[in-house]
Design a protein around this ligand. Structure first.
Ligand code: SF4
Length: 752
């Protein structure tokens, strides 16, 4: 039977009924109060009676309620789904075309270009979605997480999405987790989804937001407190009276950027602000159903009263004392309150002049965000101040765009000098063609986005990207200076000076939202023909990876040893490469182009040990593959942090990687490597990272005895003839080891 795509009242009732049944089993087993995250996760267990529930250790098998995919990752997810031979998606699923639209001239012109350049990809996604009963959101209809929040998210639900910021739906009380395309295809095939039973971080929000402080500042402050690794394999659960002082969309901003902590997801308890958002977006019935199930949509009372007993870590933020924050450059955990920035700008020599101010994205384009930013702009125009540098606005969806056009905020933006971009990711994902700055020119930008890794926005490694709330971005953009503090400094214009008042704006439109009536395509079912051009350089049907031959990996070459931060953006960069997301062989040419070579300091290149020549890592890997030589990658801490793209695992597999060995992994990337059949291993002693040299040959031995919890030995032969043996560990469970042996998780599914 065809899966329904909409989140209907019946569907939600059914989810709550099943959740209650499963929780009864779990409560009987654990005999203790439960946190909200536990209620949602355990309420979706595949087998609540027999599931092992050791926090931080067990792998949970869960039954998600939904799958969401964006256009860059959906290509590979759907190609993999097709390889599995099923007739339709087993759970409600949607595809959203948001990542492939380049920002340049503004929405109209940019959409014309995007529709032409991405035609074959959009045609493939539209036809494959139609064929397999998947909802399809057309290019320009909106950014995945905004559209999900507006249409599909619901309190207490469990969703996976092929995008790191899927946790955005936590603002509506959902556990929503960013995964790779292979996880999405598994769930669409009908298999349960596997995730490590996360540790739990409790964040107690006290007081009430006010003044210039906004929801964004809660998460920016937390990024500084916990760092980009602080949330790995953990769920962040918010509680306390402060939660209800934050709007539903503000909560979504906070849970969205839980991804910057590396958290599995973040979640807020259901409250009247969520109910109001549901009603305002035409889902009154869902609000009424949620109102009747508050017991499963919030933590048990004793958890809130004694958080230290139930959470692994507890933090406290006093919203009443919170200052606006800025984070950056180059990492979201370099945080400081705005009052401390002026001194730091002078000390560190950051470029003071702001070259561009950008607001919107999935993180901050709610009605409230837009209203607060417009409030600031209006005041500035009273003294004749307008933007003197580019000011780019990315509305999150057509619904938001329509509504702010009707209510006047868009007119304010236009008046102050905005270029309104398509309702898409644009500069947030590096789809930004800049004419104002030369390649390699030092400059400073401020954004209301969520990520600021070096070169992420404009491919210029010399751009310093600082992240703040939309209202702070607006204020700094108008001042034109990074060291401006609207809470203390005056803005000077041709008509005088003004001390900006703290922004005030409604969280929801008094006249309701104007729904998008044209952005959605309903599926046609089995009659639809999937369009893939065999000569395309952007799409390529997949062939299964070869099965493991049962032998040890002997004398593997060290293709690359990455030093320091090596995110999935470094392993499989975006930008122009986004064009090849559906073509495994072509996109593999980008492999490790951003990696810092620990032996030479050169970015993206290494020495071919067979010829002595230096070349891009992908070309060296192709040479090794042609010569029949296996190879490994050595990584540093938190290797593979950042986005969920499985290409960062598929490309190494495609080019012949046998293993990736690191000091530690980011969760999603580690799972992606396992799914694609690449051994994911970590040093038992992180200092052993230093032992691996450029010309070494490494052997991973006794692999036939690979078992959960059992370490792997690696023999290292150095170029001087000496050798040593070190211990590696892994996190494979019995099921995941089957993936490795089958050659990939998909091979295993095909065989079932
Ligand atoms: Fe798009 Fe940026 Fe949001 Fe990712 S974080 S979905 S790139 S807007």
């Amino acid at each position: 039977m065809a899966s329904k795509i909409e989140t209907t009242p019946d569907m939600v009732q059914n989810v709550y009924k099943k959740t209650a049944e499963r929780l009864a089993v779990v409560r009987n087993r654990l005999n203790r109060p439960l946190t909200l995250a536990e209620k949602i996760l355990f309420g979706h267990l595949d087998d609540p009676q027999n599931q092992e529930l050791v926090r931080g250790e067990s792998f949970l098998l869960l039954r998600p309620d939904r799958v969401a995919m964006q256009d860059a990752t959906a290509q590979m997810a759907l190609l993999q789904f097709m390889l599995a031979g099923k007739d339709e998606a087993a759970v409600p699923s949607t595809v959203h075309c948001d990542h492939l639209i380049q920002a340049y001239k503004g929405a109209g012109a940019d959409m014309t270009v995007a529709n032409a350049t991405n035609k074959e990809v959009y045609d493939f996604l539209a036809t494959a979605s139609s064929r397999y009963n998947i909802g399809f959101w057309k290019p320009g209809a909106g950014i995945i997480h905004q559209v999900i929040l507006e249409n599909y998210a619901f309190p207490g639900g469990l969703m996976i999405g092929t995008d790191s910021h899927t946790p955005n739906a936590g603002g509506l009380g959902m556990c929503a987790v960013g995964v790779g395309g292979s996880d999405a295809s598994d769930v669409m095939v009908g298999l349960p989804w596997e995730v490590k039973n996360p540790k739990l971080i409790g964040v107690h929000l006290k007081g009430k937001l006010g003044g210039w402080a906004s929801a964004k500042d809660v998460i920016l402050k937390l990024c500084g407190m916990l760092t980009v690794k602080g949330g790995t394999d953990k769920v962040v659960e918010y509680f306390g009276e402060g939660t209800s002082s934050i709007s539903c969309t503000g909560k979504a901003t906070i849970t969205n950027m839980g991804a910057e902590l590396g958290a599995t997801c973040s979640v807020f308890p259901y409250d009247e602000r969520m109910g109001a958002y549901l009603k305002s977006t035409g889902r009154d019935q869902l609000a009424a159903i949620a109102d009747g199930h508050k017991d499963i949509l919030s933590a048990d009372a004793d958890v809130v009263a004694n958080p230290g007993k139930y959470f692994d870590e507890v933090y406290e933020i006093d919203l009443s004392a919170l200052e606006p924050h800025l984070v950056g450059p180059h990492t979201p955990d370099l945080a400081r309150p705005i009052s401390a920035l002026k001194k730091e700008v002078a000390e560190k020599g950051y470029t003071v002049k702001i070259s561009s101010a950008l607001i919107g994205s999935c993180t901050n384009s709610s009605y409230e965000d837009i209203g607060r930013a417009a409030f600031v702009a209006k005041q500035a125009m009273e003294v004749g101040v307008k933007m003197t540098s580019p000011f780019l606005v990315s509305p999150g969806s057509t619904q938001i765009q329509n509504t702010i056009e009707r209510d006047g905020q868009m007119a304010t933006f236009n008046e102050v000098g905005a270029t309104v971009l398509a309702n898409a990711c644009g500069p947030c994902i590096g789809q930004w063609k800049r004419d104002d700055i030369k390649a390699g020119e030092k400059n400073t930008i401020v954004t209301s986005f969520n990520r600021n890794f070096r070169a992420r926005n404009d491919a210029n490694p010399e751009t310093l990207a600082f992240i703040a709330s939309p209202e702070i971005v607006m204020a700094l953009g108008l001042a034109g200076r990074l060291d401006f503090n609207p809470a203390t400094d005056e803005l000077e214009g041709p008509k005088g000076k003004i001390k900006l008042q703290a922004p005030v704006a409604p969280e929801l439109p008094a006249k309701g939202f104007i729904a998008d009536t044209e952005g959605y395509q309903k599926p046609a079912g089995a009659t639809a023909q999937v369009a893939v051009n065999p000569s395309s350089d952007r799409l390529q049907l997949l062939s299964p990876f070869t099965k493991w031959d049962g032998k040890d990996f002997v004398d593997q070459l060290v293709l690359a040893k990455a030093k320091g931060k090596c995110t999935t953006d470094h392993i499989s960069p975006g930008g122009k490469w986004l064009n090849y997301r559906g073509h495994l062989d072509n996109i593999s040419n980008n492999m490790l182009l951003g990696a810092d070579n620990a032996f030479t300091g050169e970015i993206g290149k290494g020495k071919n040990q067979l010829t002595g020549e230096t070349a891009e890592f992908a070309q060296v890997a192709r040479a090794y593959q042609k010569a029949g030589k296996g190879w490994v990658i050595i990584g540093d801490e938190n290797y593979g942090e950042g986005s969920s793209r499985e290409h960062a695992a598929m490309c190494p597999r495609h080019l012949g990687a046998s293993a990736v060995i690191t000091k530690s992994f980011a969760r999603i990337h580690e799972t992606n490597l396992k799914k694609q059949g690449v051994l994911a291993l970590t040093f038992v002693n992180p200092k052993d990272y230093d032992k691996v040299q450029e010309a070494d040959r490494v052997s991973l031995v006794d692999l036939k005895d690979l078992a959960p919890g059992k370490n792997v030995k690696m023999n290292i032969k150095h170029a001087d003839g000496s050798s040593e043996t070190i211990e590696l560990k892994h996190t494979y469970n019995a099921e995941q080891l089957k993936w490795f042996r089958a050659g990939s998780a998909l091979n295993l599914i095909r065989g079932l």
